[in-house]
Design a protein around this ligand. Structure first.
Ligand code: ACO
Length: 431
């Protein structure tokens, strides 16, 4: 850690002695005040529910400048990665810190491809679920269940186990998501086909059947690959912090990633793409673009709990750079499928325009996030709304693993254990 020359001084109005706190500098972004010894020195905790001002770890994986609207994976801007790399290159980068050279790329693609099949027994496990179960409920179970099938990669303290479980999770997530989808439909599972790209293989497992050849559409393949890249990591968000906290107990990697899947499900996080599309469909049913003003008024009404889903972000106080890329992909996919006049796309653009000009959103710095357009793209590809968050989980798996491995690989890591301000009753006796 880079220690700053500046120190923070904490003083108290009751005459208690001042406390000097060290400050550390990152390579970019805000400095941090080290409060680790604060409790020992003052008998006091800090209070920061929701982690509004707390850095919970050091990390060299992803950097977000929320004011600029900038996202970097290992220093590379998301725009360049989306244009010049594919998802597996991005996975390599997130896991290993550098983009692969030609040989490393070939080896890594081969390695992931060789692990795409899941243990045959997993389909019987899947059959225990109701066919109408939410795919995220199924995925939480399946990912956690992997620890019951892959015993040889469950020791989180063993670097080889961590490496194999990482590859297994990245390789098998598309297979599991597609199986969850096929199970709900009542169609046979499609085994992975290893001469296809990561995204192409997923499209075939989702939309192919054993009855006929499936032709991968390159525009949809590229769009899906881009969705994967844009969702691959996003530093210490709720699900990533969940994975870190869960993994900090030394639990196995599959269990820690399953905790991330469960957290991602929520509508304030990964569930927002599903919620955003449902919202657009509701407005469409109310009368479409003509009703946008009425809907925005409801969002602004302090007495209503309606939010503009796909808008706002804890960190971005500017346009989410992923939303721009997604909007571009949205245009490409709709053009390819002859859906340029898609009413939901028109509605989304109208909503975005009104919101970006409205004082309520401007003052609160609320801009579209990645989920605002990703739902429209996924729907056009044919992915059912209920599966949107599952696609997000598939893509984010690599980020969760990279963050988990970064934490476990740090010799100074400790089990995560937040403290509290207790406001309950003092000791009392049962009558
Ligand atoms: N629509 C309307 N108002 C909003 C929205 C929204 N989408 N988001 C925030 N606000 C308002 C709040 O009402 C609040 O207003 P107030 O100051 O008058 O009370 C103000 O903006 C700040 O909101 P907070 O909830 O305090 O902001 P926070 O940073 O905690 O929340 C969050 C971020 C949860 C993402 C929020 O913007 C939201 O709920 N957005 C909709 C859900 C969504 O799209 N989530 C996806 C996040 S991206 C991802 O997970 C990939």
């Amino acid at each position: 850690m880079n220690v700053s020359d500046t120190k923070a001084n904490l003083s108290f109005s009751n005459g208690s002695p001042d406390v000097e706190l060290p400050i550390y500098k990152g390579t970019i972004g805000p400095d941090v005040i080290d409060i680790r010894k604060l409790y020992a020195q003052t008998d006091m905790f800090t209070f920061d529910p929701g982690f509004m001002s707390t850095a919970a770890c050091e990390s060299s994986i992803t950097y977000i400048d929320g004011d600029k609207g900038e996202l970097l994976y290992r220093g590379y801007p998301i725009e360049q990665l989306a244009e010049k790399c594919d998802y597996l290159d991005t996975c390599y980068l997130l896991l290993k810190g550098e983009l692969p050279d030609a040989n490393q790329r070939e080896d890594f693609h081969k390695l992931v491809t060789q692990h795409t099949m899941v243990n045959e027994q997993m389909q019987f496990f899947l059959r225990g679920f109701r066919r109408d179960a939410h795919p995220m409920a199924v995925l939480t179970g399946l990912v956690g269940g992997m620890s019951a099938f892959y015993h040889d990669s469950t020791d989180i303290h063993n670097p080889q186990h961590r490496e194999i479980s990482a590859i297994r999770l990245i390789a098998k997530m598309p297979t599991l998501v597609a199986m969850a989808y096929k199970y709900g439909l009542g169609q046979p599972y499609m085994y992975p086909q290893n001469n296809l790209s990561y995204a192409g293989n997923f499209l075939r497992m989702m939309f192919g059947t054993p009855c006929e050849e499936y032709q991968v559409n390159p525009v949809l393949e590229k769009a899906l690959d881009r969705i994967f890249i844009l969702h691959a990591d996003h530093e210490q968000n709720a699900s990533t912090s969940t994975v870190r906290l869960c993994g900090s107990s030394g639990t196995n990697p599959f269990a820690a990633i399953a905790a991330g899947v469960a957290c991602l499900w929520g509508p304030a996080h990964g569930g927002a793409n599903e919620a955003a599309l449902n919202m657009l469909e509701d407005i469409q049913a109310m009368g479409g673009v003509a009703k946008v003003g009425e809907f925005v008024a409801k969002v602004k009404d302090k007495n209503s709990s309606v939010r503009l889903m796909g808008f706002g972000h804890r960190v971005y106080k500017n346009y989410d750079p992923r939303a721009k890329l997604m909007q571009h992909t949205c245009n490409e996919v709709l053009a390819e499928l002859g859906l340029e006049k898609d009413p939901l796309f028109a509605l989304a653009k109208a909503l975005e325009k009104i919101a970006l000009e409205d004082d309520y959103f401007v003052q609160r710095k609320l801009y579209p996030n990645v989920d605002f357009y990703s739902g429209i793209v996924q729907r056009a590809i044919g992915i059912p709304v209920k599966l949107f968050t599952g696609i997000f989980a598939l893509a984010r798996t690599v980020g969760w693993i990279a963050q988990l491995n970064e934490m476990i690989g740090d010799p100074d890591y400790k089990i995560g254990r937040p403290r509290q301000l207790y406001i309950g009753s003092t000791r009392r006796d049962v009558a």
